[in-house]
Design a protein around this ligand. Structure first.
Ligand code: NAD
Length: 453
């Protein structure tokens, strides 16, 4: 099948490379000439494990890139993988999607074979019907259901695992209301669904739009709940990770997403939860639980800074920030918890030295004046404290590097560093030096005991 992917970011590039790998002929359309040039050179514009290999295999052959929408119009199917950022009030901004739909409509024109337009972007229920379809109709002069169809196919990939997630999905959600659209989507995904065992959910367009939000709202709320429980554990000197391991054995709870810590960031959870809250309010529904989930999440960086403060002021002192990406495996720093942590440190007058294996350049755009080290060891050198912000596996291997610190205080926001003698260890929701509450006197000193040497 000939497929165009409009928007070549994290989702569009992964989708394009994977569809090419499944045997389709794919053209990527992006307004950014640099992104187009990199794709044509087989060079991934984003950091994502496995993507470079797929591009090296297919770029210039089954996968090409262009700024010219005419090449999209010549395909059978076009995916819209455009950003859907938050407006100031948290509601979703569908402007990029609408602009791209118009450009595609103009390129399609009134004549030609029927085209299927598939919304991949995360959009609130009703957007495909009331924004995308009318934009295509107005710009092309075609009638929906005759000259083109629309569908909604939400994406569930996780950055850092995007290629694996796309090629081994838990589910494929196909939202369409025309049988012709359903057939095209089935054919498009057949090379994948024939190969791997996965649930294929055929549903309505609005349901598909909502499934994506419900998915992310549920996961974000689960993280905020375990973080809240972790905060209470910390107050009582209880090891939140032992608690989480035990409750995760209950099938109704499940073991995933129970790692309490600094909270969620990235390009999806914050904006998608905000968009769902705004959408609910638009219908006069106050989504109290989602608001609380956001509230817990917003507090976690401040709690980490509070743990640091408890060990004395950092004014004029060198503080290492380990990890800048919003999570391991990606260079994406959008809504990374590192941002409020660095802001809080700068407000306290600290000399911040930051390190991340892949996200430094992206964070430099936010904080051009912060010092960036080229290794964790260099960041720790002479530091008065270290804040672990991202769960990069290499931080778990740090050991003698802590001996280079002026004072070996490690405030671990991700449960990555192994406490050991010689470091002053503070876990955000576990361990550390919180005093035992009087009512919970224990014989063994337990996980809440101070780990100061
Ligand atoms: P992104 O910001 O990484 O990439 C968007 C791309 O679109 C950029 O390359 C940009 O140059 C291009 N673009 C902007 N306007 C354009 C236009 N008019 N024509 C052509 N190209 C244009 O975005 P992303 O992270 O890939 O997200 C895309 C959508 O997918 C969003 O709705 C997001 O919520 C959703 N989503 C993202 C993820 C994720 O992990 N990033 C996961 C699931 C769903």
């Amino acid at each position: 099948m000939n497929v165009s992917i409009i928007g070549s970011g994290y989702v569009g590039t992964t989708l394009a490379a994977c569809l090419a790998d499944l045997g389709h002929r794919v053209v990527c359309v992006d307004v950014d000439e640099d992104v187009v040039a990199r794709l044509n050179a087989g060079d991934a514009p984003i950091h994502e494990p496995g993507l470079d290999d797929l591009l090296a295999r297919h770029a210039g052959d089954r996968l090409t890139a262009t700024t010219d929408y005419a090449e999209a119009a010549a395909c059978d199917v076009s995916f819209l993988a455009l950003p859907t950022p938050s407006r100031d009030d948290g509601s979703v901004d569908t402007g990029y999607v609408e602009t791209a739909a118009r450009s595609l409509g103009e390129a399609l024109g009134p004549d030609g074979d029927p085209h299927l337009v598939v919304v991949k972007s995360t959009v609130v229920p009703g957007t495909t019907d009331t924004v995308v379809a009318p934009a295509i109709e107005a710009a092309s002069g075609r009638e929906r259901g005759v000259g083109f169809d629309v569908a909604m196919n939400p994406e569930f990939l996780r950055e850092g695992h995007a290629v694996d997630d796309f090629l081994s999905p838990d589910k494929v959600v196909l939202g369409a209301d025309a049988e012709r659209a359903n057939e095209t989507l089935r054919d498009l995904y057949a090379p994948l669904t024939d190969r791997v065992e996965t649930a294929v959910v055929e549903t309505g367009i609005r349901e598909a739009e909502m499934i994506k939000y419900a998915n992310n709202a549920f996961l974000a709320t689960k993280i905020s709940l375990i973080n809240e429980l972790g905060n209470i554990c910390k107050e009582y000197g209880v090891d939140a990770y032992e608690v989480a391991d035990a409750i995760g054995l209950d099938d109704r709870i499940g073991e995933q997403f129970l790692q309490s810590g600094l909270g969620w960031g990235g390009s999806c959870f914050p904006k998608d939860v905000a968009a769902l809250i705004a959408a609910a309010r638009e219908r006069d529904y106050e989504p109290a639980l989602l608001e609380a989930a956001v509230g817990v999440n917003d507090r976690q960086p401040e709690r980490l800074l509070g743990l640091l403060d408890a060990h004395g002021p950092v004014d004029g002192r060198r503080v290492a920030v380990l990890g800048l990406a919003f999570k391991a495996g990606t260079d994406d720093v959008r809504n990374s918890r590192a941002i409020p942590v660095i802001e809080g440190l700068l407000d306290r007058g600290a000399d911040v030295v930051a390190y991340d294996p892949v996200a430094t350049e992206r964070m430099r755009e936010h904080f051009p004046d912060v010092e960036y080290a080229d290794s964790a060891a260099a960041a720790l050198d002479g530091a008065h404290a270290a804040a672990v912000v991202t769960d990069w596996p290499e931080f778990a291997d740090l050991d003698a590097e802590f001996d280079r610190m002026a004072r070996p205080l490690v405030v671990d926001g991700r449960h990555v560093v192994e406490p050991r003698s010689g470091i002053i260890y503070e876990g955000l929701t576990w361990g550390g030096s919180k005093p035992e509450p009087a009512v919970t006197a224990r014989a063994d000193g337990g996980a809440g005991a101070s780990r100061e040497p």
